[in-house]
Design a protein around this ligand. Structure first.
Ligand SMILES: C[S@@+](CC[C@H](N)C(=O)[O-])C[C@H]1O[C@@H](n2cnc3c(N)ncnc32)[C@H](O)[C@@H]1O
Length: 412
């Protein structure tokens, strides 16, 4: 027990917060003190691992596959990411030597910078990630899994980066792309080379080339074509006709794949690859019923189904009956769950929550939706996060702003 609590305190060096529900008793106080002593001794060696005897960084810059060299800025995000990359193997070795486990996932966390995955989709929760992850209380205890049956872009899972997860969607193209990145079959270099070559053809032939790729994708379902279409189609939406063919028109930007845009996408691929690295994640093409059937008591299920009444297509045929069945199934889950759903906008209120999720805790957040181009879809919307009783976090009111000396702890 004490080593488990110590492991928790190790993990929490990331935020400086003690996770909710964890109380230190005398036994674990001793373990924590021992842990701090060992960690301090270890931390004393870190300088020599990342700097020269004169105190200079051993990393001077980055080089890309075109041999462009970029120097490192003093941006603390870049610096702390570098420290994390360089020191992480030493943290793992430290944990192994001292019999600590690392990798326990716990919520709530304060996300101050939201990472963005390479795929865009409707209803993505990019803006809501901090709200979602600071309102759920859950610790995987080293055994539970983060389960997302409606993965979409995966922005919530990628930002949480849980130790173990089942990440599923009926849309096989999303899952196949993420599986290819997970296996290393597709890397940022592959993506960059592909988008440079295809982007040149798009620049030359414009819409004609876009539709050629779209036809090719609808015949062969290549994951790189999927990424190309997703990032150059009209409004970045993802839509398939009733036969499963991608049918979004061209976004009218032949010069879409500029050098900077390709770099951005390649970096997003690198980021998600890093978030998955060493994790026990299963990507699955499946409907929500099959996924929920596998949920166990230590798991936490985050549900983000399509909105009722919005566009329906091959992968998104959501309706009232599905929504009601999901509500019933979720409330029978053995472990925790949370559901994202719109609550109200200036025109109407979502009665589904009162009718089918009554009695559960929930928190709300005001948010602006940008789906499609019509003004009516750009309204403020109140979003609800419905949470199973016992899994609601206390409000996190204090933002932890570490001083420089504490930044190492922040990035562990
Ligand atoms: C609102 S989106 C999820 C957005 C995601 N949370 C994000 O932030 O990007 C809903 C997703 O559910 C998937 N989906 C629709 N019907 C489904 C079903 N019956 N079972 C599983 N996934 C489904 C869609 O393909 C879509 O990717």
């Amino acid at each position: 027990m004490s080593s488990q609590r110590t492991a928790l305190s190790f993990y929490n060096a990331r935020t400086g917060n003690v996770p909710e529900g964890v109380r230190f008793d005398t036994e674990s106080d001793e373990a924590a003190a021992l842990f701090v002593e060992r960690l301090q001794a270890e931390a004393a060696t870190f300088n020599s691992l990342i700097s020269t005897e004169n105190g200079e960084w051993i990393v001077k810059g980055f080089i890309d596959i075109f041999r462009n060299i970029y120097t490192i800025s003093g941006d603390t995000k870049v610096v702390s990411k570098l420290i994390e990359l360089m020191l992480f193997p030493y943290f793992v070795a430290f944990a192994e030597r001292n019999n600590y486990k690392i990798g326990v996932t716990h919520l709530p966390i304060n996300v101050t910078h939201v990472g963005v995955p390479p795929i865009k989709c409707q209803g993505t929760k990019t803006k809501l990630v901090p709200f979602i992850l600071r309102n759920i209380r859950w610790c995987d205890d080293g055994q539970g899994r983060w389960i997302e049956p409606f993965l979409g872009s995966g922005v919530v899972a990628f930002n949480l980066a849980p130790r173990a997860a089942i990440l599923a969607d009926t849309n096989r193209h999303i899952i196949e792309l993420y599986e290819a990145i997970q296996s290393g079959e597709i890397r940022s270099g592959t993506v960059r080379a592909f988008l440079v070559a295809e982007g040149r053809k798009l620049e030359l032939d414009g819409a004609e080339y876009y539709y050629e790729v779209r036809n090719r994708f609808n015949e062969s379902a290549n994951v790189l074509d999927f990424l190309f279409l997703n990032r150059s189609c009209f409004n970045g939406v993802m839509r398939f006709n009733r036969k499963g063919a991608f049918n979004v028109p061209f976004g009218h930007k032949p010069q879409r794949f500029s050098k900077a845009y390709i770099t951005k996408i390649a970096n997003q691929v690198d980021w998600i690859r890093m978030q998955m690295a060493g994790k026990d994640w299963e990507f699955r093409v499946a409907g929500w019923r099959d996924v929920l059937a596998d949920a166990r008591s230590l798991d936490f299920v985050y549900l983000d189904p399509p909105y009722i009444g919005r566009h329906t297509d091959y992968y998104n045929s959501w309706n009232n009956v599905e929504a009601q069945n999901l509500a019933a199934a979720a409330q029978r889950l053995p472990g925790g769950f949370a559901l994202s759903m719109w609550l109200e906008n200036r025109h109407r209120k979502n009665t589904h929550i009162d009718e089918h999720w009554a009695g559960l805790d929930f928190r709300t957040s005001r948010h602006f939706y940008h789906v499609g181009s019509t003004e009516s879809l750009r309204n403020a919307m109140d979003e609800a996060l419905v949470i199973k009783s016992g899994f609601l976090a206390a409000e996190l009111s204090v933002e932890v702003k570490p001083k420089r000396a504490e930044q190492l702890a922040l990035t562990i």
